[in-house]
Design a binder for this molecule. Structure first.
Ligand code: GRG
Length: 311
């Protein structure tokens, strides 16, 4: 169980940088069944480890609202977590996990704002259990996942050799910020569809209520796990919209540093295969978890490799 420390740990001897990265790797491997395999494809250990440090922080943030201790989390807990974040950004780790993040912050141009935005996403989760419009859901997805795209891009780096034409020498490299955010948002929208049943059991509905209304499907239908033509049409619509967001993300990958393209293509393919699974399961996300088997994950590697080289 991940929890905030009860008291400042200034007297405590913290983990070494190495041990802290290992703790972060373990959390990532344990929880991020889609994200972690992507990080394993990153060639440079320094970048790979930084991704784990970021994921571990994101996971701990998420756990405050979604984990076993969620019942005691209040807005004040999240305020304290934000102060904890400030301390990490000031170079003062408070817990073992923070040591790796402090190290990553020294190596990569990570900004604090996406981290703050993610905490704002958890505040939304704490206070909201419904989203009226896609715009509201989009903001939530930016905060809890689009931010991961921003953090990741800072670690992976961009291609500085792309615009080398003589007439273009002074031009700054294009930073695919919107596309990176898009991949986070598309992954989150995918996870929302996959987890509809699980979320309903917690009284939560992430699919925008305006979409339920459009397809004449009620909240009660959703809580009852009704799979009929209305539901299938509704999910088809969600899948179509999510694929458009993936398509936007794809356009940014060739602007990333060459070594980042394979892991990002691989993550994109793995997340979008969850949508294919939902289709294969006839849109029944209530009784069957849309999950991509490890063998299929492995079989996607050549496609990712090809796209990373050609696109
Ligand atoms: C496309 C460009 C230009 C850059 C990519 C930048 C990157 C790497 C973005 C990654 C964004 C991403 C995949 C965020 C993940 C957010 C998310 C839904 C995490 C959920 O993780 P978990 O539910 O803990 O575990 P899974 O890995 O099993 O989904």
């Amino acid at each position: 169980m991940l929890q905030l420390p009860d008291s400042p740990s200034c007297m405590k001897k913290l983990a070494s940088v190495e041990d802290s990265y290992e703790l972060c790797r373990q959390i990532t491997a344990k929880y991020a069944k889609t994200f972690y395999p992507g990080t394993l494809l990153m060639k440079e250990a320094k970048r790979r480890r930084a991704m784990w440090a970021i994921y571990a922080w994101c996971r701990r943030t998420d756990e405050l609202v979604d984990g076993p201790a969620a019942a005691i989390t209040t807005l004040e807990t999240l305020d304290r977590w934000e102060q904890h974040l400030e301390s990490v950004f000031a170079g003062h780790p408070l817990e073992d996990y923070d040591v790796a993040l402090v190290d990553a912050l020294q190596n990569f141009p990570l900004e604090i704002q996406p981290f703050r935005d993610m905490i704002a996403g958890q505040r939304m989760d704490l206070c909201w259990s419904r989203y009226k419009t896609f715009e509201e859901l989009h903001l939530y997805c930016y905060r809890v996942a689009g931010t991961v795209g921003l953090m990741s891009t800072a670690v992976m780096g961009v291609d500085t050799t792309r615009d080398t034409a003589a007439w273009n020498q002074d031009k700054e490299p294009y930073i695919p910020t919107d596309e990176a955010i898009a991949l986070g948002i598309a992954s989150q929208l995918t996870n929302i569809l996959r987890d509809v049943g699980e979320d309903a059991r917690r009284g939560r509905i992430y699919i925008p209520l305006e979409d339920l209304a459009k397809f004449n499907y009620t909240e009660q239908d959703l809580f009852n796990g009704v799979v009929d033509d209305r539901w299938r049409e509704l999910v088809r619509f969600q899948i179509r919209r999510t694929r458009e967001v993936y398509a936007k993300a794809e356009k940014g990958i060739s602007y990333l540093a060459p070594s980042a393209r394979l892991p990002v293509w691989s993550a994109l393919i793995l997340y979008s295969q969850i949508l294919d699974r939902i289709e294969r399961n006839q849109y029944d996300v209530f009784r069957q978890r849309a999950y991509v088997p490890n063998l299929q994950k492995l079989c996607s590697l050549p496609t990712a490799l090809l796209r990373a080289q050609v696109l």
